[in-house]
Design a protein around this ligand. Structure first.
Ligand code: NVA
Length: 212
């Protein structure tokens, strides 16, 4: 009775099992492993603001979580250079790192300091330090990520006109300062709006029939 299912859950395996046993399109709305629909909206926003993706440098600061994983895959697939700064113990998923290493034209770096990752960036991403389901780890994570904040000092290392993106909700004063958030609010809210347009494209592609 359905033409497709978008599933937002924790375990990636649940999405893959639905796809394996189902006969209709299954769309990953978010798992612990990845957040592909969000990243399509993010890439659309960068292209709107910068006029291109290929050749730009994307940097991600913080937890090697679902956002980091999907940004690495999405950015590299679109010809961007991707640099990620995570504290030890919070790296992106090994499958994602293997994908990055397998790209013919290697344009990926995983570093330990936000300064190294932000140097020469055209767009800076960050995300909450404790994702959904990790609320109890909040204090431990706040200690691990101290120093991984996107703030004015870090932004001075980036390229002129560098964008800031955040999948929201943001915790001002934690992963991003209020000053940086407000200075880039237009780009961040364009990103939020683009969830609608990017997701329409996904539906059109998977279920649009002749409308494609
Ligand atoms: N990493 C975040 C993304 C939220 C859009 C989470 O999973 O909670």
């Amino acid at each position: 009775m359905l033409d497709g299912i978008m599933i937002r859950t924790f375990e990636q395996k649940e999405v893959e099992m639905l796809a394996e046993y189902g006969s209709i399109p299954i769309i990953n709305g978010l798992t612990d492993l990845c957040h592909p629909c969000q990243v399509m909206a993010d890439l659309l926003t960068i292209r709107e603001h910068k006029g291109k993706l290929e050749g730009l440098t994307m940097c991600y600061i913080g937890d090697g979580n679902n956002m980091a994983n999907s940004l690495i895959v999405g950015g590299l697939k679109c010809g961007m250079e991707v640099s990620v700064a995570c504290p030890a113990g919070y790296d992106p998923d090994p499958q994602v790192l293997a994908f990055a290493a397998s790209q013919p034209d290697f344009k990926f770096s995983l570093v330990r300091t936000p300064q190294e990752a932000a140097a020469g960036a055209d767009v800076v991403f960050t995300d909450v330090w404790a994702s959904m389901g990790q609320e109890e780890e909040r204090a431990v994570r706040a200690a691990a990520f101290a120093g991984y904040q996107v703030n004015d000092r870090l932004m001075t290392l980036t390229n002129p006109g560098c964008m800031v993106q955040h999948c929201l909700p943001a915790h001002r004063g934690e992963e991003i300062t209020a000053e940086v958030f407000e200075a880039h609010a237009q780009e961040i809210f364009d990103e939020a709006e683009n969830r609608l347009h990017a997701q329409k494209a996904v539906l059109c592609l998977l279920m649009g029939g002749d409308a494609r």
